[in-house]
Structure formats: C-alpha cells, structure tokens
Design a protein around this ligand. Structure first.
Ligand code: ZN
Length: 195
C-alpha cells in the first residue's frame, strides 16, 4: 500500500491499471487521507468523462468526492493557488499538455495524484499516460481480476470492435482479462466470433 512521503517538496504519483482495477478508489483513498491531514485538496477530471455525474468523481462502487470538470489541462492552473494536493482522474482523456502542467505544479511544491487507464482496449498505451508515468516519482499499477479465469488482469477487453478508442462503458462492453485470456479473445474477434 502506498504511504505518503513526509516532506513539503512537490512530487507526482500515478495510479494506473485496466478498467475495474480500482484506480479511482485508490485516488479517492489517497485524497481522503490528505484531507484528514488538513491539506487542501481538489480533484480535476476531463469534461467529456460524464459517465455518472458531472461534478463528482465516482468510482464503480459509488464511492465519491467532488471534482472540477475542465475542458483543458491548462485550466487546472487557475484553480490550484491555495491547493496542496491536486488529484486528476481519467487522465488518459486529457490533452498532451497535462504532463507539463503536472511538472509545473509539482515544481511549486504541490503533490499531484493522477489516476488513469494505462492501456486502451487494443492494449496500446493510452494518451498522455506513458509521459505521466515517466515523469512520476511513484507509479502504482493496480490490477483487476480476469473475468474468464480469475487470475490477475491488466487488460480492458472490449466485446465490440466499433466505436474507436474512446468508448465509455460498463461491464456489458468491457471486462478485465489476464494476458492469455485477452489474447484468446482478440484472436476469436479476428476470426469473427464474439469472444
Ligand atoms: Zn484469464
């Protein structure tokens, strides 16, 4: 489990993994602990992420905390003057400037906690996540459970091929899978079967 370092210097943390891996729950856990420590916290998320609620960061188990939806990562700079801990959820959907923004804020002494999908449904690195993971002092990969075999899962397997990279959805469209079950599924999709 991640234990916060004790210093006033800024740093960047990344919590990443597949869908249903508990990324947002871990972000919320860390932010809540910062609140208990009397730090000023604020969570941002991209405006397009409107799965359940426009303002709250909601995890799959309905654990929630208020957040600021923003159109662009540069907007974050306007809302963090009095903030010690900056949370960023669904970071994979942010624009290419986010890593620079996070660096800027960490250089000013702020703690940045980022949660996001490390890979898309094709198992390709997702958006700005690789850059963020490279810049971060601390990277935590969280894992889901493979819905096919019960092993540790790191892939977000999608049942439908249509829809492009960005398709928000729930368990009817996605399921977490381990490496071998993911590869099996993709092979049968290629062969024209559903699984
Ligand atoms: Zn499996």
């Amino acid at each position: 489990m991640f234990i916060e370092p004790k210093n006033n210097k800024g740093w960047i943390e990344v919590v990443c993994g597949s869908m249903f891996s508990g990324k947002t729950e871990e972000l919320i856990r860390r932010v809540k602990r910062a609140k208990i420590a009397n730090l000023n916290v604020r969570i941002f998320k991209p405006k397009m992420e409107t799965r359940y609620d426009k303002v709250k960061v909601v995890s799959h188990d309905s654990n929630f905390i208020d957040s600021f939806p923003v159109d662009q990562s540069s907007e974050i700079l306007r809302w963090v003057d009095d903030i010690d801990v900056v949370g960023i959820d669904e970071a994979q959907f942010f624009d290419a400037e986010l890593p620079t923004i996070c660096d800027k804020l960490a250089n000013k002494g702020k703690r940045i906690i980022i949660a996001g999908l490390d890979m898309d449904y094709l198992a390709k690195p997702f958006g700005v996540m690789p850059q963020l993971m490279a810049k971060a002092e601390y990277v935590t990969k969280v894992h889901a459970i493979c819905m096919q075999c019960g092993d540790v899962a790191q892939y977000s397997y999608r049942f439908t091929k249509s829809g492009g990279q960005v398709q928000l959805g729930e368990s009817d469209q996605y399921e977490p899978r381990c490496r071998s079950c993911y590869i099996k599924g993709m092979a049968s999709q290629q062969a024209g079967k559903r699984r």
